[in-house]
Design a protein around this ligand. Structure first.
Ligand code: DAH
Length: 342
């Protein structure tokens, strides 16, 4: 089975290298890969050697390979069918131009832009930080010292040249970088990509996107946090959506909470997506822990603040009722071109 999937990958790489620059090369491509003696067919012939328990997955991979190859072939054909077969033919300048397929925004970008525009209305500005982070900004300054058990939930990829560097596990590291600048009050949101050492499945990936929010000033309260998040949910999902807070634990906030919204699919009745509870978790939040403020040189007796962090994939899946996270990174245009700006 492993051998088969390796062969499929190798064939895909080979296919992507083919130059489909004229009608002859497109026809040769068809014969070489899709013909009755072509490489795709011959890989399909390997099905009979696959163990019965692997047959289903093998079938799926082979079908996907076939579709992949057919798509490349038919796109190339469309691109070239209008080209004159010989350069000697006269050019007719009155013909309409060749059609170029129009791109569209990725659903993650659409939702990320929407989230940003909602918080901008409330006076938040955007801050960004590096994806390769150091231990201090990703963990230690956030009240997660070395050997803290909560680090286990965010295993990540370390840079072997310098084990103090890692791919950030959350956008909370940007909070620290901004607070260290000591320009208060601070009201920011930080969108960006984050990484975790996770096995890829329909619900988890080794990279995904988050938006972090942070507000630090004098006399900021939990009520401010709630009102801000209520506003966000109404703008994002509409007036009918219900919201609830549950007590939770994050080392960098105290008190901490998780926020759920009523399930958009079953309207709170209970379904497979909300695991029959009627609620779906969308973010973590809380009041910034005094240790975190002090770690950034901020006087915690004078200033307080709230923070929250949400996964953009999760919000996008809820918004568009997408059930498998892997679709976001497969680059299949049939999936991607269905989304219009919000
Ligand atoms: N950083 C957390 C995570 O990735 C999410 C989070 C929770 C961010 C609470 C916050 C917060 O700012 O206050 O799981």
């Amino acid at each position: 089975m492993e051998q088969l999937s390796q062969k499929i990958d190798e064939l895909k790489t080979e296919i992507l290298k083919e130059s489909l620059s004229d009608n002859d090369s497109i026809e040769n491509f068809r014969i070489k890969y899709l013909g009755s003696k072509g490489s795709v067919k011959s890989l399909m012939g390997l099905m009979k050697n696959i163990a019965p328990e692997d047959k289903k997955e093998a079938g799926r991979l082979l079908n996907e390979l076939k579709e992949f190859t057919e798509n490349i072939y038919s796109e190339a054909k469309i691109r070239f069918q209008e080209l004159p077969s010989s350069a000697a033919e006269e050019t007719d300048y009155t013909l309409p131009g060749y059609k170029f397929p129009e791109g569209s925004r990725h659903p993650i970008s659409i939702v990320s832009n929407k989230i940003i525009s909602i918080f901008k209305k409330l006076g938040f500005s955007i801050a960004e930080g590096p994806e390769i982070e150091d231990d201090w900004h990703n963990f230690t300054a956030l009240n997660l010292p070395e050997n803290h058990p909560a680090r286990d939930m965010q295993d990540t990829f370390y840079i072997s040249k310098n084990p103090d560097w890692l791919l950030r596990t959350h956008t909370s590291s940007v909070q620290i970088r901004e607070m260290e600048k000591n320009k208060l009050p601070l009201r920011i949101i930080c969108p960006g990509r984050v990484y975790r050492n996770e096995t890829i499945s329909a619900r988890a990936h080794c990279f995904f996107n988050q938006v972090e929010g942070l507000y630090i000033a004098e006399k900021v309260s939990f009520a401010d946090l709630k009102q801000t998040l209520y506003f966000f949910v109404k703008e994002m999902f509409g007036d009918d959506v219900k919201v609830r807070f549950r007590p939770s634990y994050f080392p960098f906030t105290v008190p901490s909470a998780e926020m759920d919204i009523s399930c958009l699919i079953c309207k709170g009745e209970g379904c497979a997506v909300c695991k029959r509870t009627g609620w779906v978790e969308i973010l973590g939040c809380g009041m910034v822990h005094p240790n975190v403020l002090e770690n950034c040189g901020i006087d915690s007796s004078k200033y307080s603040g709230y923070a929250f962090g949400m996964g953009i994939e999760r919000i996008t899946m809820l918004k568009y009722q997408i059930k498998d996270l892997r679709l976001f990174s497969e680059n299949d245009v049939r999936f991607l071109n269905q989304f219009k700006a919000l």
